[in-house]
Design a protein around this ligand. Structure first.
Ligand SMILES: [Mg+2]
Length: 215
């Protein structure tokens, strides 16, 4: 699946790739609707409907991943709410072993995430995963989401990389499409980003069932 001699750098997504996407799905689709209904005195149905419209309008943009944006939009303290349910934050199977393997192979390991720095901090405090990265880069530092074509040249200015010798793993197909258009040669997707969700299907990308497949 991967010829490690052809790769110098490994860019890794966080949510749905290294961490179980169940936390985020639970948070945005269940916990936030509950809190939004309480705050604005809405029925659960009305709350969900209003949120769906707001989510749809922000999807794919940097706002979608911005806790400040959502705190203002919804009148809720999003980082504080995340902390209330942080027991659900979980590392996906074999992630620590995989990160150690990459270092043993002498690869530079960079977390490249759309998650807001406030979310990254909560997740790293909970999981301790930060010790495994040579560098952590959030899309908010660069001003574009990974789905956007502008993101990749901007990333190149802060973390020089050879697209032909870089492996990028992400669970979001729009993000992978954007990376492929930029020229990143080695791309892998995730079969089951949410441990309680459905398997994904895609014809353009190989889907990882488990990190042991590439160790
Ligand atoms: Mg992801």
């Amino acid at each position: 699946m991967i010829d490690w001699s052809a790769i110098d750098k490994v860019f890794l997504d966080l949510d749905g790739t290294l961490l179980d996407l169940h936390f985020d799905n639970h948070f945005w689709l269940e916990y936030v609707p509950l809190k939004y209904a309480q705050k604005h005195d809405l029925s659960h149905e009305d709350s969900k409907q209003k949120l769906d419209q707001k989510y749809l309008a922000a999807m794919g943009s940097l706002n979608w991943y911005c806790t400040d944006y959502w705190s203002k939009q919804l009148g809720l303290d999003i980082p504080a709410l995340k902390k209330e349910v942080q027991q659900k934050i979980a590392v996906r199977p074999q992630v620590e072993e995989f990160l150690e393997f990459l270092h043993m192979q002498g690869k530079r390991v960079v977390l490249v995430t759309n998650a807001h720095p406030a979310s990254v901090e909560i997740k790293m405090n909970k999981t301790g995963l930060h010790v495994h990265f040579d560098r952590i880069i959030t899309a908010h530092e660069l001003g574009y989401a990974k789905e956007q074509a502008e993101f990749w040249p901007k990333l190149q200015t802060v973390e020089n990389f050879d697209p032909q010798r870089t492996l990028f793993i992400d669970d979001n197909f729009d993000v992978l499409d954007s990376a492929r258009t930029y020229g990143i040669k080695h791309l892998l997707a995730i079969r089951k980003p949410d441990s309680q969700g459905d398997d994904k299907q895609h014809h353009a990308y190989e889907l990882l069932d488990s990190f042991s497949q590439i160790m």
